[in-house]
Design a protein around this ligand. Structure first.
Ligand code: B3K
Ligand code: ZN
Length: 874
């Protein structure tokens, strides 16, 4: 496989300045005529061939400035088009190709979803539509004419503004769209179908009235209201927080059922996976509402960070993704609870990104090589990318960060740029040097931050010793010290913040230590008592911190820290320490468990903490989290067993309090997705989960009652899934009931049934999943269905996926092979679940390796899947 290297980046010798596209869509096929206005660069030599990308295209005709090319003047094949000696001046290249969207199961380029024609072009899908310079640094003006049958496709959409429409005869009609903003091809979009819609409007700060519409299949219109509400709030927030207004008179969103990703930020025409649009209380959970709000915001925010300013090349992907995730995280924090959002994001980072960064697929946030770019839409590029931007904001302060962002928009609007350019504006606006900070983008791996401390009463000196170290990752044997912003406080015996009179040995700015060396010994003088340090407040850097605090100190923090994140973290750390020790053979003491129980009880009883926070705090670290902390020779069954036993030990004494609070939280109020109501449901369902998983008397019945009486999907699904995970006597019947009554008629609810089915930690799970896949009605072409079953299994069912007999690994490997021939992007993604394999105990590791080696010999794999497999086995 060809590897593409960042160091080889070169501008194209030709530029496409405008693209005039004419689509003629019929049930049989789609003909695309492209008029591309092309210019050589100033330094392009005569005779330099023009090489355009193409993928699975068949060329019908080709002409330059109206004159057909002779056969010897060009070469065309399935992967591209070369014009050997184009004119050394501005010219118009005209090509015509024919596409078969119906058979496009890769869901890249132009394809059909439920009868609707739609497109997905990022990263390299546009080359499946027409021959083009399909690279993000070619910005062109697009004009698009769509002709289609009026009866099957009354709605015709593309980017920008509608400038003409009308009858095209013989049952056909047409629409012409023009986008005034130059854009790269990956932001092109087209939709043609029979769709319903809801409309609204938004007036920008400067008075521009923007027409908003969300399109969906008929009958689903009222399920789009939450998405519309989220869109309007996003538009207002970007004005308030970043001074960014929307720039067209129209903004359209289309929901489709078959989509490889969550959504796509095409200019003025976002296309969404319908699971991130549709919401109604009976079929969507609080988590769904949350996801819709977040992704609607994310795609909207891309209009400035991604579209107005785009990436020079795909190595710079996190320039738009990390930054835009940071922006959507800030939006949610401002709209809802900042601490709760931060804790949820860190839980996500630790479960999604840290395993990637510590496993065979580790790569820098800005990779320097790839063989398949679609495999780099990863948690590292997105979530670690967002953490890097967050650290920048932490280091520079809110005002300094905003100054940098303003300069970024001012200087790079209309450009395709790089991480270097991004960092340069912050350095310039704040007059700081970010050279070392840049290492965060270049170096893979999660740093380990070690801490020890001492106190000398005689000199009233408190000393913190800090160290950082990053393990080697594939291709990066040696690591450099990073710039770690460590927000902190010193807490005195009465629980309040202590101050100090002098600091030496390190960089300390107010409440932040900046550790930029491998080690530092920081001395605080004028400290009257031995403090308990609260370090890494708000998780101010994405590291693994080794804490040496005693359980008593942790519980002290859990009670007194002014930083809510660290209160949550302290409780987690106590649970983690007990679980890890027990798995290693050192059982917990009754005293230690009682202390944790009490801290949990106090947390639950607190009058100041909100429900959403309590729901997050009243938990033990997940199994995968515990395994990752142990790091090697993992036996997932043992981790499962010990965690279950610890949960029981901690929460059984609280059963009565859990139950009483559960009852108190019950409410007849109609469903609302606001933060307070969501928090209330989260806590109530958490309590139900604790009661059921600690096997409290009557808890299984309580779950069955909640299931039956639930008035919204959040409560119903919670009851179903706690029952299924604990495999209560009712679990089987509830699953069947849910399937018949809710899942059978709604594909998005079917996904929930599939996900619960795949998560059950029982031996029968693999046979059940095989039966689901063997059903001829199961749509193997739909990414959501596959991810809900197979993706959830490999990521969220550690005991069954990593079964010692290898049945879980085999099931996933066999499914990957089958799906690979349908949709390589989805297959490659499903394979990434194997990334845990190197840290398993010997027998399971061998079983995983056998499955991976079998995959290697199983025939011709796609480039996507082969790339993941090669890295997985390296
Ligand atoms: N930019 C798209 C992702 C496209 C994925 C291509 N494999 C969605 C987003 O991040 O907003
Ligand atoms: Zn994005």
């Amino acid at each position: 496989q060809d590897t593409i290297y960042l160091k080889d980046y070169a501008a194209s010798p030709y530029r496409i300045v405008s693209a005039d596209l004419d689509f003629r869509i019929t049930e049989a096929d789609t003909r695309v005529r492209a008029l591309l206005t092309i210019e050589p660069r100033e330094d392009t030599a005569a005779g330099t061939p023009l090489v355009l990308d193409g993928n699975e295209l068949t060329l019908g005709s080709i002409a330059i400035d109206g004159a057909p090319l002779v056969l010897s003047a060009y070469g065309a094949d399935a992967s591209g088009l070369t014009v050997f000696e184009p004119p050394l001046r501005r010219f118009v290249l005209e090509t015509e190709v024919t596409l078969k969207p119906e058979g496009n199961t890769r869901l890249m380029g132009l394809y059909r979803s439920g009868g609707t024609w739609c497109t997905q072009c990022e990263a390299e899908g546009f080359r499946r539509i027409t021959y083009y310079l399909d690279r993000p640094d070619n910005l062109a003006l697009f004009k698009v004419r769509i002709t289609a049958p009026l009866n099957v496709a009354p709605v015709l959409l593309s980017n920008g503004n509608l400038i003409d429409q009308g009858d095209a005869g013989e049952g056909m009609h047409f629409a012409v769209w023009e986008d005034p903003f130059p854009k790269p091809s990956y932001l092109f979009a087209l939709v043609a179908g029979d769709l319903g819609s809801i409309t609204d409007s938004f007036t920008t700060a400067s008075g521009r009235k923007v027409a908003l519409a969300i399109y969906c299949s008929h009958g689903k219109e009222d399920q789009c209201l939450w998405a519309m509400d989220s869109l309007k709030r996003s538009m207002a927030w970007d004005e308030r927080r970043f001074g960014r207004e929307y720039d067209l008179d129209i903004f359209n969103i289309v929901a489709v059922s078959d989509f490889n990703f969550g959504a796509m930020e095409n200019k003025g025409l976002n296309i969404f996976n319908d699971k991130l649009v549709f919401a109604q209380p009976e079929s969507a959970t609080d988590a769904d509402y949350d996801g819709i709000e977040r992704v609607i915001a994310h795609e909207y925010f891309h209009n400035w960070t991604g579209n107005r300013i785009t990436c020079r090349d795909w190595f710079q992907l996190c320039l738009k993704e990390g930054l835009t995730v940071y922006r959507d995280q800030e939006f949610t924090s401002d709209e809802r609870s900042r601490p709760v959002k931060r804790i949820s994001d860190v839980v996500g980072l630790r479960s999604g990104q840290f395993p990637e960064d510590g496993g065979p697929l580790a790569h820098p946030a800005r990779p320097d090589q790839y063989s398949e770019i679609n495999n780099f839409y990863t948690a590292t590029v997105y979530e670690k990318g967002a953490e890097i931007v967050r650290m920048l904001a932490t280091l520079l302060g809110e005002a300094g960060f905003r100054k940098g962002m303003d300069l970024y928009f001012e200087r790079h609007d209309g450009q395709a740029t790089t991480i270097e350019a991004f960092l340069a504006v912050f350095a310039e606006a704040n007059d700081v040097d970010l050279e070392q900070f840049k290492t965060w983008y270049l170096q893979a791996g999660t740093p380990r931050l070690s801490v020890s401390d001492s106190y000398d009463g005689a000199s009233q000196t408190y000393t913190l010793k800090l160290g950082q170290q990053t393990q080697p990752t594939p291709g990066q044997p040696t690591k450099q010290a990073l710039v770690l912003p460590i927000k902190f406080g010193l807490i005195g015996p009465n629980g309040s913040e202590m101050s100090w009179t002098g600091v030496s040995g390190g960089t300390v700015r107010d409440d932040m230590i900046v550790l930029d060396t491998a080690e530092a010994e920081i001395r605080f003088t004028g400290v009257p008592n031995k403090p308990v340090p609260s370090l890494l407040r708000g998780f101010s850097a994405p590291v693994n911190m080794d804490t040496t605090l005693s359980q008593a100190d942790q519980l002290f923090l859990a009670q007194h820290d002014s930083d809510p994140f660290n209160r949550w973290q302290a409780l987690q750390d106590v649970g983690m320490a007990l679980a890890v020790a027990a798995i290693g053979g050192t059982p917990w003491s009754q005293q230690a468990v009682t202390a944790l129980s009490q801290a949990m009880a106090e947390t639950l009883a607190s009058e100041t903490l909100d429900d959403a926070f309590k729901a997050l705090a009243l938990n033990l670290p997940a199994e995968a989290q515990i395994s990752r902390t142990i790091g090697k020779d993992i036996d997932p069954d043992r981790v499962h067993m010990v965690r279950a036993a610890l949960l029981k030990a901690v929460f059984t004494p609280l059963a009565l309090q859990l139950l009483q609070t559960y009852r108190k939280l019950s409410s007849d109020a109609p469903y609302a997705p606001d933060a307070a109501s969501t928090g209330r449901r989260a806590l109530r369902n958490r309590l139900l989960g604790l009661l059921v998983s600690s096997d409290a008397a009557g808890a299984a019945d309580l779950a069955a009652q909640q299931y039956a009486g639930a008035r919204n999907m959040t409560d119903r699904l919670a009851a179903l899934s706690v029952s299924a995970l604990a495999w209560t006597p009712d679990a089987e019947a509830l699953l069947a009931h849910f399937h018949t009554n809710f899942a059978a008629t709604n594909p998005l609810v079917l996904d929930k049934w599939l996900a619960v089915t795949a998560s059950v930690p029982q031996d029968m799970v693999i046979d059940r999943m095989r039966a689901v896949l063997a059903d001829p009605n199961f749509p193997k072409t739909n990414p959501n269905r596959l991810r809900s079953l197979v993706g959830v299994f490999s990521m969220a069912n550690p005991t069954q996926f990593a079964r010692a007999d290898g049945a879980g690994f085999r099931f996933v490997a066999e499914t990957v092979v089958e799906i690979d021939s349908i949709n390589p992007q989805v297959a490659a993604r499903l394979l990434t679940g194997f990334r845990v394999w190197p840290m398993l105990e010997e027998e399971r590791r061998a079983a995983a390796k056998t499955a991976l080696l079998w995959l290697e010999t199983s025939g011709s794999l796609s480039r996507n899947t082969a790339d993941i497999l090669t890295r997985m086995l390296a």
